[in-house]
Design a protein around this ligand. Structure first.
Ligand code: HDE
Length: 753
């Protein structure tokens, strides 16, 4: 079969199934599994594998040593029309084991049975000890050339296009935990550069809990579920976490970021990313600068509300990965700009009095602007989660010439950890040969043998110096673009287990962050601390953390103390005099709304022509319209994507009401507790719940025609961010405008200033 013609394969399969395809297909609505609608009857005419879905990518078809093979990517998957053993022998039957007669016993010689079960028994590999839950995508990075003066790295030269794979993750939860928990997010990027792979293993927060890698097991043991009962899952709202961070106060800055809205991102697409550590760049002339890496999302940084995050945890635990895949499938490609803050490489390694080697400190953008150096676009979803997202292995030591590390003690420990962890997780030292990890540069490494060796090395002399293999491989020099280990001077000093004195300031930047927040963001932080500490059992831990808050800000401390029913302590250190950094706030700017979801409530009495027009307008705006109705199937000839029973407000970024549907037969509270308390309305109670929730979560709401009646019955008519009009298109226009600010912030009257 010619696998380069996917459309033909799909057609063949559908025809082979006697044309009995019953799906109501909705073009442009992402998420359908498989590249062809399934026929009703089981297909029986043999044909090759279906092609992957159009938006799916796959690792490049390189050899384990980086050579291009020219083979189509499809060849990485299964081949042929027939079921085979792992060795390619065709099989007749996979439903019955080989028995001595129909009533058994089963025979030991049944290789197919043993192979199938044995392989299944070994399908799992250890999940990552941290960042176990993740989602990945392929893409491309295009350099602007603006970093050429400060680094010799080829992938940052103007116009260079570099393939990338990105994996986003939470930190604390297991592989099957929910996406929308309050946590830090990983943002790890593998750049397959011509000069060797560059891994930028970043987070969505610019600071870290600890200043020295030796404390990593401590913070993670404290944050993970308690070792006796193994609860709570993917949460920091428990005693061991707050016990540790209140005693180890260098964690307070990162903790404040976690308690802020940054801890519950709306989407991976609306996350900033930060390299956290300071890195060193080296240019062609050997001159160096210190830099911090930043990712800036095109859609702006934006978060969920706490209630949304919790509802989604139950309704769609895969919310963030689904959002990533759906956005790519619908062509709303997630984009970020890579930026650098540049600092002179001085012997003190400080900037504006800030220690650049302390990973609990930021340099405010107002002091050192972020300079954009290129654009990342994610445009392909993985074809196979395990092969790509699970097996990808990042490492801070994967650096191309022109980028080097610094002595940040957290970074130094990571340089050990990421290689070490893969030995167990990926079963041996050859994990760089797994397809997703294969470099796109020539590999000639003298590393040999080991479990799962994929390369077939030639020659007899994997050592240097040698003459038997003609001296190959040869060391490279500057002219051959060898990696540069910057000859940084190491100051004469005693060998100690100690940190510099500058690492002792644990509060000033936490206060800076707090004072940079808008009132509504401050209120969210207060509520987050109150919730998390309220979930702790022991008063000593709550009191100790309140003491930390008192050292950050008295208003914050008092408000949390009130919620906990405890007295607010006085500060034990003078409150720092700091200049707020407005760049840290998420509120107050305008952003594009690409790839957002718009729920449209319809019934048979709605203005269906108007609804069709609005659907077209939503698609044209790069968003996805989802029709919500009392039952599945169609309303008029419009396909329904969600029913009142399967839909929930948290899926939508805005809600449009084209009708006022009467209570459906399945709306009785006894049969559907989502419908809330029994109340007498002429509108289906689940539609009212939808509108009330969307309102509470400060989302834009629009109604036309009979839809206005829903607003009245939900008690939200005429309030900020609720739009009515005569025609759907006009209403959607106004709603789209409101979505640019992410939320209707005026709906949150803040209690703090
Ligand atoms: Fe990691 N970290 N980390 N980390 N980290 C891992 O590597 C570690 C730290 C980050 O999607 C592990 O392959 C130590 C900071 C991301 O595959 C492990 C220390 C930052 C990911 C590990 C840190 C990160 C990891 C677990 C303290 C932000 C997921 C499995 C010195 C700049 C990568 C693995 C992916 C994963 C160790 C601190 C980001 C065990 C010892 C700071 C995004 O090697």
């Amino acid at each position: 079969m010619d696998s380069s013609k996917p459309a033909k394969v799909v057609k063949d399969v559908v025809e082979a199934a006697a044309g009995k395809v019953t799906d109501v297909l909705t073009p442009d609505v992402p998420g359908a599994p498989g590249s062809a609608p399934p026929p009703f009857d089981e297909p029986t005419t043999p044909h090759g594998p279906l092609p992957p879905k159009e938006e799916q990518g796959a690792p490049d078809t390189r050899t384990p040593t980086g050579a291009e093979t020219g083979v189509p990517k499809i060849a990485k998957g299964q081949q042929g029309a027939f079921l085979t053993t792992a060795n390619g022998a065709r099989l007749r039957d996979t439903d019955h084991s080989l028995k001595a007669g129909p009533r058994g016993p089963v025979l030991l010689q049944d290789h197919h049975l043993r192979e199938k079960i044995t392989h299944f028994d070994h399908e799992r590999i250890p999940e990552r000890v941290v960042h176990a839950r993740g989602a990945g995508a392929h893409g491309v990075f295009v350099a602007y050339g603006t970093a050429e003066e400060v680094t010799r790295a080829g992938f940052l030269k103007k116009g260079t296009e570099t393939p990338v794979f990105v994996r986003f993750s939470t930190v604390l939860g297991s592989r099957g935990s929910a996406d929308t928990v309050r946590d830090t997010r990983g943002f790890a990027t593998k750049f397959y550069t011509d000069e060797g792979t560059f891994d930028l293993v970043a987070n969505n927060m610019p600071v870290f809990f600890i200043q020295d890698a030796i404390k990593f097991p401590d913070i993670i043991h404290a944050g993970k579920p308690h070792p006796d009962r193994e609860i709570p899952q993917a949460q920091s709202a428990h005693d061991t976490f707050w016990d540790f961070v209140s005693l180890h106060t260098e964690a307070q800055h990162h903790t404040m970021w976690n308690m802020s809205d940054r801890g519950i991102p709306r989407s991976y697409r609306t996350m900033e990313g930060f390299g956290v550590h300071t890195f060193r760049l080296v240019n062609e002339a050997g001159a160096t600068v210190l830099v911090k890496f930043h990712w800036k999302p095109k859609l702006g940084v934006h978060s969920l509300t706490w209630e949304e995050a919790q509802l989604i945890g139950g309704i769609d635990p895969d919310f963030h990965r689904r959002d990533l895949y759906d956005a790519i499938e619908s062509g709303a490609y997630p984009e970020w700009e890579l930026g650098i803050q540049v600092f002179p490489d001085t012997p003190e390694e400080t900037f504006a009095g800030i220690d650049l080697l302390d990973p609990t400190k930021i340099v405010p953008e107002e002091l050192a602007p972020v300079q954009a150096v290129g654009r990342l676009t994610l445009n392909r979803t993985p074809r196979n989660f395990f092969a790509e997202t699970e097996q990808v292995a990042f490492h801070l030591g994967h650096l191309p010439p022109g980028i080097d590390v610094t002595n940040d003690p957290l970074l130094q420990g990571r340089l050990f950890s990421y290689l070490d962890t893969q030995l167990t997780r990926l079963g041996g030292p050859n994990f760089t040969q797994i397809p997703i990890n294969r470099p796109h540069a020539e590999v000639n490494d003298m590393l040999r043998d080991g479990f799962h060796q994929h390369a077939v090395h030639a020659g007899v002399a994997p050592y240097r110096p040698n003459s038997l293999d003609g001296g190959n491989p040869f060391p490279a020099g500057d002219r051959e673009n060898a990696f540069v280990d910057t000859p940084v001077t190491v100051a004469e000093a005693p060998k100690v287990r100690a940190a510099p004195a500058s690492f002792d300031d644990h509060y000033s930047q936490v206060r800076l962050f707090w004072l940079s927040m808008s009132p509504v963001e401050k209120e969210h932080i207060i509520r987050a601390y109150t919730f998390e500490l309220g979930k702790c059992y022991h008063q000593a831990i709550k009191e100790r953390q309140l003491q930390c808050l008192a050292n950050i800000d008295p208003v914050l401390c008092e408000q949390v103390a009130t919620g906990l029913g405890l007295p607010a302590p006085k500060p034990t250190v003078p409150l720092a005099e700091v200049q707020p950094s407005p760049a840290l706030s998420q509120v107050g700017r305008e952003w594009p709304a690409d790839g957002r979801m718009v729920g449209i409530v319809v019934d048979a009495d709605s203005d269906l022509d108007g609804v069709s027009e609005v659907r077209r307008a939503v698609f044209a705006a790069g968003m996805v319209p989802l029709l919500v109705a009392a039952h599945g199937g169609t309303v008029g000839d419009l396909p329904v994507q969600r029913t009142f029973a399967t839909g929930r407000s948290v899926e939508f970024d805005a809600v449009l009401l084209a009708g006022a549907p009467a209570p459906a037969p399945d709306a009785l509270p006894a049969r559907d507790d989502k419908a809330g308390a029994a109340r007498s309305t002429t509108v289906d109670p689940r539609v009212l719940l939808l509108v009330e929730e969307a309102w509470r979560h400060a989302k834009a709401i629009g109604a036309w025609g009979a839809g206005a009646e829903v607003l009245r019955q939900a008690g939200v008519a005429g309030t900020p961010g609720v739009v009515t009009g005569d025609a759907g298109a006009e209403v959607f226009g106004a709603v789209q405008q409101l979505m640019g600010a992410h939320r209707v912030w005026e709906r949150f009257p803040a209690s703090v200033s």
